[in-house]
Design a protein around this ligand. Structure first.
Ligand code: NAD
Length: 292
């Protein structure tokens, strides 16, 4: 019998990841503020917990997949939090994308209760979460990482430990800087191309095979080319990730000029009401200005 796992945060990513844990045979307890995904998981065999504390009291490992560090902190702490219910020696795997410094702070809070914590943010999007092929970027003690491997293997393919706690989040931050700038760059280039009369479909097909090929160009047929901006990865989350990178840049005194500029596009997209849309909807900012 496999060990019971708790899963908190059944959103765009968490729900398919939790489904893959059930498929792999892990008895699963779930918790989310939104009842709809909880009911969906319960129909597949998971047990719904009334609080994070109740969930943790039934599980040796608890996974969190939440928007940002305040959400993670709120489910870990307090009378009904994970740390109030978890047995000494248990493990928390935080798979949310949060600041490296926040991961260290939360792990120290867990350690005070005798609970291990590793950071394990992911890349690969909803498609990778559904297929169980996520890249998982881990920070934390080697023995906790190794013990957690069967659980991580149910959700991902490339699972790499970058170092001690926070190191996974550092790798994820680097990834998100590149992805955020990439979508802003593709949005700009595509808008001027189309305004100048180029065929958008042909542009995507040909540029996707040359030196400009990248994740954003690959994904265009699912979003920008067909006008479908359902997430996916929300503008609000991309904005949050670039803000985390800029916070870190201030701490480390590393100038991030392109990141700052890209952030303004995501800021404008939020102001136009596209915060809950996919990050490819950053192109809407330029479309609004140019009429393309
Ligand atoms: P989401 O907004 O779709 O899901 C978040 C879930 O957390 C929701 O179901 C929400 O109800 C739940 N939640 C929020 N606060 C809660 C609380 N206090 N208690 C219980 N549940 C709570 O977000 P997502 O797209 O699944 O992303 C989750 C994390 O993964 C984020 O940090 C994001 O940056 C990262 N990420 C997302 C993607 C992607 O493609 N969507 C890819 C890689 C990493």
């Amino acid at each position: 019998m496999k060990t019971s796992v708790g899963f908190i945060g059944l959103g765009a990513m968490g729900k398919p990841m939790a489904k893959n844990l059930i498929k792999a045979g892990f008895p699963l307890y779930v918790y989310d503020l939104n009842p709809a995904p909880v009911e969906e998981l319960v129909a597949l065999g998971a047990k719904a917990a009334a609080t994070p504390k109740e969930l943790a009291s039934n599980c040796g490992t608890v996974i969190t997949m939440l928007p940002n560090s305040p959400h993670v902190e709120s489910v870990l702490s307090g009378d009904n939090g994970v740390l109030a219910g978890m047995a000494t020696g248990g493990t928390i795997i935080d798979m949310s994308s949060i600041a490296p410094g926040a991961a260290k702070k939360l792990a120290a809070m867990a350690a005070e209760k005798g609970v291990n914590m590793i950071d394990a943010p992911v890349t690969g999007g909803v498609v990778g979460a559904e297929a169980g092929t996520l890249a998982i970027l881990v920070g934390g003690a080697k023995e906790v990482f190794e013990k957690s491997m069967p659980i991580l293997e149910a959700m991902g393919k490339s699972i790499v430990r970058f170092g001690e706690i926070g190191a996974g989040q550092t790798a994820k931050m680097v990834n998100q800087i590149i992805v955020g700038i990439q979508w802003a760059a593709v949005a700009e280039a595509w808008t001027i191309g189309v305004k100048a009369g180029a065929d958008p479909v042909l542009l995507q097909e040909v540029l996707g095979k040359g030196a400009a090929r990248c994740f954003a160009i690959e994904r265009m047929p699912n979003n920008m080319l067909v006008g479908n901006f359902e997430p996916g990865f929300a503008i609000d989350l991309q904005h949050k990730d670039l803000c985390l990178a800029l916070d870190t840049s201030r701490d480390l005194q590393v100038p991030l000029n392109l990141t700052s500029t890209a952030l303004q596009y995501y800021e404008a997209a939020r102001a136009l009401g596209f915060g809950k849309k996919d990050h490819s909807a950053v192109v809407k900012v330029l479309q609004n200005i140019t009429g393309v």
